[in-house]
Design a protein around this ligand. Structure first.
Ligand code: GAR
Length: 202
């Protein structure tokens, strides 16, 4: 049986789309079995529906607390038999009580070369703004395992992207997505998913 993957999202879902496309081209042997958003208006939910993938919305507000939010996520993941969790633009921090339940089974894509421009407060366009403010000439993306330290888990893959004269956070974000994230995330998900399958079938 294929490795069942859940993708957790909050926004546009272009990284989710890269995973869906990889699955369509059989570059992803795992099966995206669930998409969960903490934002009911995320366009990522539409992308999942168009691909026929079950979706769920879980918000901290509705759950009442971080602990209840994480418990709800865990129940959903259990109900769907999820073995691997991919954070693809999931803009909320998960505590150690959640991450320790899935050791080396949660991946995240971050839009910089960790350890630069990462950790609490560095997400989305803010990461690219920080890279431009600092004046680095090279940035990129990182896929890493998720533990209790924000952006602190073991690195799986990285890809560098050049900053160009006149870049804005928006143009840089787009180039990092096109050249790095959309390539790296499906590759890393496949690597980990195939590894889990091999370990299960031993
Ligand atoms: C992506 O650039 C992703 O790396 C970043 O948010 C964007 C989501 O775009 N994630 C973080 O900053 C997490 N710290 P998407 O919804 O189109 O995939």
């Amino acid at each position: 049986m294929k490795t069942k993957i859940a993708v957790l999202v909050s926004g546009g879902g272009t990284n989710l789309q890269a995973l869906i496309d990889a699955q369509g081209k059989t570059l992803l042997s795992g099966q995206i079995a669930l998409v969960v958003s903490n934002n009911p208006d995320a366009y990522a939910l539409e992308r999942a529906k168009q691909a026929g993938i079950p979706t769920a919305v879980v918000t901290k507000k509705a759950c009442g607390s971080q602990a209840a939010f994480e418990d709800r996520l865990k129940s959903l993941l259990n109900e769907h038999g999820i073995e691997l969790i991919v954070l693809a633009g999931f803009m909320t921090i998960l505590t150690g009580s959640f991450t320790s339940a899935y050791p080396k089974r949660i991946l995240n894509v971050h839009p910089s070369l960790i350890p630069s421009f990462c950790g609490a407060g560095f997400y989305g366009l803010r990461v690219h703004q920080a890279a431009l403010d600092y004046g680095v000439k090279v940035t990129g993306a990182t896929v890493h395992y998720v533990n209790e330290i924000p952006d602190g888990g073991e690195i799986i893959a990285q890809k560098a992207v050049y900053i160009e004269p006149g870049d804005t956070p928006e143009t840089l974000q787009r180039r990092v997505m096109e050249q790095a994230e959309w390539v790296l995330l499906p590759q890393a998900a496949e690597l980990v998913s195939a590894g889990l399958l091999a370990a299960r079938d031993k």
